[in-house]
Design a protein around this ligand. Structure first.
Ligand code: FAD
Length: 400
């Protein structure tokens, strides 16, 4: 007599808890399984400990997928306003940072507490820590799960084991393995929302810029794959970081260049040429009036050594144009990313063309569902990945 559940949810993170709570509150008998010792570590560490739990303006355009329309249905049926209503019912206060990013006032623990309470309200049973060794289809229908706490039987199984980033806190490739076991296609997974790295020798001239932060335009790709953001950039000793680079990293293809405008919205060439008539000023001082002083100084030292103290009037037009072009169309080819240890999210994952967009169920395996980050739907930086976890979890929980 192994227990028989309507639903076994594997992974008690953002998507898994939402799904279990919604299904449980609809009267389904749900078991929620997680191999971690501490509940929902990724929620806990998210948003610097305050959890950027959604984005007020989240919509399909903020997500990356081989199949960009897939996310539309779930996102429209569970919106940021729905999540805010949930927080309000549990008296969790929050604030907006910028660009619609919503954070807890107190702590990300509030979000974990809300989800746990919602699971309790749905009578969800827990198995944690518990690892799943195998998932098999039973001849009579449904699934048998071989786990560290015995065999569990369930009519339906939901895979909510998340993405590959940050293995130290429980990330695993379990979901991708199950997908392959059951014949689903997987879009090649890669680290995303991750700092980019550069060849050490090529980066050397820019090492002195480490610590400089400023708003830039950043772009990569061509045609239908083109992406562009205006966000803050941070120079580090090893390369580039900050929101601008994290955003573009989700679109970057290995070997492709990224293009950065260090003076967005300005026409540096025109301004430098106009400054020539001012006469006596030094190039370094003129440039420092247009971009942050440390950037002006270090950029000139790296790219135009010896010219910083020259009078701008003495410099030929083409030198100034070249300087402006270099800063506004800075083109560089990253050597790679800092990988899953530093990535906030995984791009790629279970190919959505094998899933039903209403129920998140595998088309070729009735009763097997995939939700959250393990699916090939990747949000921008700014609360979008949690919104996908809530929306895909709720869609599945309502459907089963
Ligand atoms: P998760 O929340 O990762 O949950 C997966 C669960 O499955 C885990 O509890 C794990 O222990 C369990 N699991 C894994 N393998 C197994 C297995 N084999 N057996 C049993 N259980 C298993 N997104 C935002 O929108 N806003 C943010 O502020 C934000 N900040 C972030 C900060 C950091 C440092 C990181 C790494 C990510 C951040 N993200 C943020 C991304 C966000 O955390 C994830 O996209 C989101 O948690 C995905 O939800 P999920 O339920 O799919 O997976």
């Amino acid at each position: 007599g192994a227990a028989v559940f309507d639903l076994a949810v594997i992974g008690a993170g953002a998507a898994g808890m939402m799904c279990a709570a919604v299904a449980g509150q609809r009267g389904r008998r749900v078991v929620l399984i997680d191999h971690a010792r501490r509940l929902a570590e990724k929620i806990r560490i998210s948003g610097g400990g305050r959890c950027n739990f959604t984005n007020r303006d989240a919509g399909p355009a903020n997500f990356i997928s081989v199949n960009p329309h897939f996310c539309r249905s779930a996102l429209s049926r569970y919106t940021p306003a729905d999540f805010l209503a949930l927080l309000a019912r549990h008296r969790v206060s929050w604030h907006e940072k910028h660009r619609g990013q919503l954070f807890c006032d107190e702590s990300s623990e509030d979000v974990i507490r809300v989800l746990r309470a919602e699971c309790d309200a749905g009578g969800v049973e827990w198995r944690m820590p518990c690892s799943v060794e195998a998932v098999e289809r039973e001849a009579a229908g449904g699934f048998a799960l071989r786990t560290s706490s015995g065999v569990l039987r369930a009519t339906r199984v939901v895979i909510a084991t998340g993405g590959l980033p940050v293995a130290q806190i429980g990330a695993s490739d379990f979901g991708l393995k199950i997908a392959r076991q059951f014949g689903l296609k997987v879009v090649e997974p890669r680290p995303a929302l991750v700092p980019l790295t550069f060849d050490a020798a090529a980066w050397k001239p820019f090492v002195p810029l480490a610590g400089i932060a400023l708003e830039v335009d950043i772009a990569t790709g061509e045609g239908r794959r083109a992406a562009a953001f205006r966000e803050d950039l941070l120079f580090t000793h090893r390369g580039l970081s900050g929101p601008a680079v994290l955003q573009i990293s989700s679109y970057w293809q290995p070997g492709a260049p990224i293009v950065i405008d260090l003076a967005p919205g300005m026409d540096l060439a025109a301004q430098l040429l106009a400054a020539k008539s001012g006469g006596r000023q030094q190039l370094g001082n003129v440039l420092a009036g247009m971009v942050p002083r440390r950037l002006a100084e270090q950029w000139l030292a790296a790219t135009h050594p010896g010219q910083q103290a020259q009078r701008i009037a003495d410099l030929p037009d083409h030198t100034l144009r070249q300087l402006a072009q270099g800063m506004q169309c800075w083109t560089l080819v990253p050597s790679g990313t800092e990988g899953y240890k530093k990535a906030e999210v995984m791009r790629g994952g279970v190919d959505t063309r094998g899933l039903d967009q209403q129920t998140m169920e595998a088309r070729n395996v009735p009763g097997l569902h995939f939700i959250g980050e393990v699916v090939d739907v990747t949000g921008w930086l700014g609360g979008y990945n949690f919104q996908w976890a809530w929306a895909s979890g709720a869609a599945c929980g309502k459907a089963v």
